[in-house]
Design a protein around this ligand. Structure first.
Ligand SMILES: [Zn+2]
Length: 259
């Protein structure tokens, strides 16, 4: 069923505005996001330092909502004690989601520690009743298996680059996939959008990466390019597409206040 509403409400469920790339002009970046009718940017921490920066950004800008996590390749750099401390910090900080978390076989061939930490995040997601924002580069099947065996419910696969057959299973499990602005030229994301129902799609930027302009710095306002391309591929009106994606967002991120 498609909903028709009048207001434009764009969402960026995965960004890294804590990166140095934004140190000089973050106010302008946020202003442009407002101008593009973005109503929520979920900033994803990747280690203790960026988790704290994410909290600080969300305190300063109403538009920014904090997701906290440990990037897969960071997990092996931390001691057991540091991990315990970070998990406590994350839980106490009451983020809107756990991200960026997951597995990565491109940067790190050994999955042992990555898996232990990821499974711990899946348990925390269940305890806190907040979604996981999942990284799965070159480890898509392994991530899927982990999520299934841990009975994960609230899941968004960020920048999913696995097989389309696996994308169908992700949808069947009731999980979501967020699409970045490089869909304007990425045939993989175009095929992904054609394969997955609109009811399981979200929009992201992964700012400063994955811009609609090759090699350009990405920013949250660019989710509008993703929405336009999804609308075109689905043969729908842009506003209709925006509103349906917003509905998906409200369904997954129940605790987020956008007003
Ligand atoms: Zn990311």
């Amino acid at each position: 069923m498609l909903f028709k509403l009048e207001l434009a409400m764009l969402v960026d469920v995965h960004a890294h505005l804590d990166f140095r790339d934004f140190d000089e002009d973050i106010d302008e970046v946020i202003k442009r996001a407002h101008g593009a009718e973005v109503i929520a940017i979920i900033n994803n921490g990747t280690d203790p330092a960026t988790n704290r920066k994410t909290i600080a950004l969300s305190a300063k800008y109403h538009l920014i909502k904090p997701a906290l996590g440990i990037y897969p390749s960071e997990t092996v750099k931390m001691t057991e004690e540091q991990l315990d401390k970070e998990f406590k910090f994350i839980e106490n900080s009451k983020p809107v989601a756990l991200g960026e978390v997951g597995l990565d076989l491109k940067l790190l061939p050994d999955l042992k520690i990555q898996k232990e930490v990821f499974e711990r995040f899946i348990k925390l997601s269940e305890k806190m009743k907040i979604p996981l924002i999942v990284h799965s580069r070159k480890a898509e099947q392994e991530v899927f298996d982990c999520l299934v065996s841990s009975n994960a419910k609230l899941v968004n696969m960020h920048c999913f680059s696995g097989k389309l057959s696996l994308a169908r299973k992700i949808e069947d499990n009731g999980w979501y996939m967020s699409i970045p602005p490089n869909i304007v030229f990425s045939t993989h994301f175009q095929e992904l959008v054609k394969t997955v129902s609109l009811s399981h799609l979200l929009t992201e930027t992964d700012s400063p990466f994955l811009s609609n302009e090759k090699g350009g710095r990405n920013e949250p306002a660019n989710v509008s390019f993703t929405v336009k391309k999804i609308a075109e591929l689905k043969g729908l009106d842009t506003t209709e597409t925006e509103n349906n994606i917003f509905l998906n967002f409200s369904r997954l991120f129940k605790g987020i206040r956008t007003k």
